[in-house]
Design a protein around this ligand. Structure first.
Ligand code: AMP
Ligand code: GLY
Length: 426
């Protein structure tokens, strides 16, 4: 069958690489893709907000499966339009994508179904927020309700910071995403990401990861989309993973089906491992970026087969996916200035050299300029490698990073540090 993959980042390069290996994949198309995706796919410029245009393209190219990488088209209902026309799609409906698209929706769902998460209050004005703040201890967490490109969350260490965050949300900093805010109790613990595939009924675990959100070594500086990740995350022990599945993910999938909005696709649960047990921080309705890159490097199953089974509601009939026991670790090379104002246009070379030792270099923000590869985004490359420990994967990834020639780029030098320290302690 022909497959159409939507998105343009490192996540989509990793998905394209795996989909191209699928026994079901005749021809892969991608929109808009990037120069890395172009190794495996024919690129096409589609306007994903124009559902009719995407449908027409699917019909013209006889697309048998659409894979939606990023959240925005899902929250916008693209999967509904495709499904209504009979095109199999990997990704949730608009109603189900509210799990990412509205923090308040998810918190209310958790409350209705006793799913463990931080206590919360919804507020619709700064004044209401200020009053509500009185009932929360500090630190406290303030979130814009809607999609805010990862920038809508403030962990406020003082009341003043919390007040500023509320004022910014209701001053319109996040547009419609800030029409409502959620105030949350601060949870203490280590974070881990847990992924599950579901067709709305069957749920299969799809690996764990930990990412590094801060821009600087030692987890310092401003938040980013993620400066690196590794999988699996040993902190999410089999016992804790079981707890997350039984108390959080499965009840969520069941609740969504019971409430008439079955969730289909990958469900990405951001978890806090607290002294009182595993709690949900948030859901995403798509793969993480760069978490997807490390999952794909470990996946030993046919991704196309899995995604089509999800799209066609027959996940139960498949063998559960297998992952290598190795650790995969990815280092994001970003353009100088990221996350504020990344420098565009920096020349990139040395990718083939970096891959010669077995690493994979996924393109996250690159473009071709007169045949030469240059930077075109904040996060530019994801240098990804495997090893039989986090330390070994880290060493392999950084050896490959050092082969890349990108003078206007930078990366963190400590991706995986928490786990490397634990390994060294034994
Ligand atoms: P989110 O976009 O909801 O994942 O939030 C971004 C980050 O803020 C998370 O990865 C956590 O580090 C932090 N965070 C969000 N909610 C909480 C909470 N209730 N308690 C502590 N930290 C939180
Ligand atoms: N790396 C975090 C995310 O994809 O949301």
């Amino acid at each position: 069958m022909n497959i159409l993959l939507l998105g343009s980042g490192g996540r989509e390069h990793a998905l394209a690489w795996k989909l191209a290996q699928s026994s079901l994949c005749d021809k892969l198309f991608a929109s808009p893709g990037n120069p890395g995706v172009a190794h495996y796919a024919e690129l096409v410029a589609l306007d994903v907000t124009d559902h009719g245009a995407v449908l027409a393209y699917c019909e013209a190219q006889r697309i048998g499966l659409v894979v939606v990488g990023p959240e925005a088209p899902l929250v916008d209902g693209l999967a509904d339009s495709l499904r209504a026309a009979g095109v199999p799609v990997f990704g949730p409906s608009k109603a189900a994508a509210q799990l990412e698209g509205s923090k308040a929706f998810t918190k209310e769902l958790c409350a209705r179904h006793a799913i463990p998460t931080a206590g919360f209050k919804r507020v619709t004005s700064a004044d209401e927020g200020l009053t509500a703040l009185d009932s929360f201890p500090i630190p406290v967490v303030i979130k814009a309700d809607g999609l805010a490109a990862g920038k809508g969350v403030t962990v406020a260490m003082t009341r003043a910071e919390a007040e500023t965050a509320l004022a910014e949300i209701f001053d319109g900093r996040f547009g419609a995403a800030g029409a409502e805010a959620v105030i949350e109790e601060f949870m203490e613990g280590e974070e881990a990401s847990f992924f599950a595939l579901t067709d709305g009924h069957t749920v299969v675990p799809f690996g764990s990861a930990q990412d590094h959100k801060r821009v600087g070594d030692g987890d310092t500086g401003p938040n980013t989309g993620g400066m690196g990740a590794y999988s699996p995350a040993p902190v999410l022990t089999p016992l804790l993973e079981g707890e997350a599945l039984e108390r959080i993910v499965v009840p969520t999938v069941r609740a969504m089906a019971d409430e008439g909005m079955p969730y289909s696709g990958v469900l990405y649960a951001g978890l806090m491992l607290t002294p009182e047990g595993v709690k949900l921080i948030e859901y995403n309705c798509r793969f993480g970026d760069p978490e997807c890159q490390v999952l794909m490097l470990r996946l030993e199953a046919d991704l196309g087969e899995l995604m089509l089974a999800v799209a066609e509601n027959r996940l139960a009939a498949l063998q559960p996916p297998r992952f290598s026991a190795d650790t995969a670790l990815t280092v994001v090379i970003a353009a100088q200035g990221y996350p504020d104002t990344p420098t565009a246009g920096g020349a990139i070379a040395g990718i083939a050299r970096a891959e010669a030792g077995g690493a994979k270099v996924f393109h996250a923000g690159t473009r071709l300029e007169g045949g030469a590869l240059v930077a075109s985004g904040g996060r530019v490359l994801n240098v990804t490698a495997r090893g039989n420990s986090v330390g070994a994967a880290q060493a392999a990834a950084y050896a490959a990073v050092d082969m890349v020639d990108f003078a206007e780029g930078f990366c963190r030098r400590d991706i995986g540090w928490r786990e490397v320290v634990r390994e060294q302690r034994g």
